[in-house]
Design a protein around this ligand. Structure first.
Ligand code: MLT
Length: 262
C-alpha cells in the first residue's frame, strides 16, 4: 500500500487515480459527518454549493431531513445547524438525512467523489479508517486535506499522520514502505511531535483560533480526541455517505443505486 497526502483539494490531482481516497476536515466537517452517522443519521449528503443543497433537500420529506450550512465557521441562515458535531444528537439525527455544505470540507469530498472508494476521516474515527484499509488493502490511497480556502491546515495534516502511524503499527511496515510522497513523511513527523497534545496543536492552528473566537472551545476538544468513535463514513453513491456497518456489501449497494437510476 502507498499513501499520498495532498494538503488541499486544489493540490489533489485530477482525475482521481487512487483505489481509495480519503477526505479529512478535522475542524469540523468530517468530524461532524462521522458523528451524525454514529448517532443514526440515515446518510449524509454533501454539497459544495448551498443553492444545490437547498434545491435537493427541498425534494426530501421535511420530517426526514436536516440542513447544515457553514461559511467562515458560522451557521448559514435558513439551515437547521451550522457545522458543530455537538449538535448531532440521536434525537435529532436518527433516521434522517443530513444535507451539509461547509466552506472547505465538502469541497474536499467533492474533489475525490469519482474515486472507486471514498471515505471521510477525522481523529475521532481514525481507528475505523485504519482497520478498513488494513482489511481491504488498496494499492494506492490518497488523503485530501480540506485545508482552508486553498491553504495548508495543521489539523488535517496531523490526522493524515495519525492514519499513517496507525497503518504502520497494524501492517508492521516502515515509513519508507508506506510513503507515496514527501507530504506523508511531513504528516507523520507532525503527528509524532503532537500526538500527546492534539488540543494544544489545534490552539495554534489558524482555523482552531477562528473557532475559538467563535466560542467553539468544546468543539475543538471533541474534534481533538483520538479513536473515540467506531464509525466509517463511506460513499454509497456520488455525494452520499453512509456508515459502513449499514452497508451489507458495497458492490451490491452500488448496483442497486445504478439499477434505480437506469
Ligand atoms: C470547513 O469546511 O471549512 C469547516 O468544516 C469549517 C468549520 O465549520 O469549522
Amino acid at each position: 500500500m502507498k499513501l499520498f497526502v495532498y494538503h488541499t483539494p486544489e493540490l489533489t490531482p485530477s482525475p482521481c487515480t487512487a483505489d481509495c481516497a480519503i477526505a479529512i476536515d478535522v475542524l469540523r466537517a468530517t468530524t461532524t459527518i462521522a458523528t451524525a452517522l454514529g448517532v443514526g443519521a440515515e446518510a449524509v449528503q454533501v454539497f459544495s454549493d448551498l443553492n444545490r443543497l437547498m434545491q435537493t433537500s427541498a425534494e426530501w420529506d421535511p420530517a426526514k431531513r436536516l440542513r447544515a450550512g457553514e461559511r467562515g465557521g458560522s451557521k448559514v441562515e435558513g439551515c437547521d445547524f451550522g457545522n458543530s458535531p455537538l449538535d448531532c444528537t440521536p434525537q435529532l439525527m436518527q433516521g434522517r438525512r443530513l444535507f451539509i455544505s461547509t466552506t472547505n470540507g465538502t469541497r474536499a469530498l467533492q474533489k475525490i467523489e469519482q474515486c472507486p472508494t471514498v471515505l471521510a476521516a477525522a481523529l475521532i474515527n481514525r481507528h475505523a479508517v485504519v482497520n478498513y484499509l488494513v482489511e481491504t488493502q488498496p494499492e494506492t490511497v490518497w488523503i485530501t486535506g480540506a485545508g482552508w480556502e486553498g491553504s495548508f491546515a495543521l489539523e488535517d495534516t496531523v490526522c493524515a499522520g495519525a492514519i499513517a502511524v496507525g497503518l504502520m503499527e497494524k501492517l508492521g511496515c516502515t515509513l519508507d514502505e508506506l510513503a507515496g510522497n514527501d507530504e506523508l513523511v511531513g504528516a507523520v513527523s507532525l503527528y509524532q511531535q503532537w500526538k500527546d497534545n492534539l488540543l494544544g496543536l489545534f490552539h495554534l492552528a489558524s482555523h482552531g483560533q477562528r473557532l475559538l473566537r467563535l466560542e467553539c472551545h468544546a468543539d475543538l476538544q471533541y474534534c481533538s480526541a483520538l479513536d473515540t468513535l467506531d464509525v466509517l463514513p463511506i460513499q454509497r453513491e456520488v455525494g452520499v455517505l453512509v456508515n459502513q456497518s449499514t452497508l451489507v456489501a458495497p458492490v451490491a449497494a452500488r448496483s442497486v443505486v445504478s439499477a434505480q437510476s437506469a
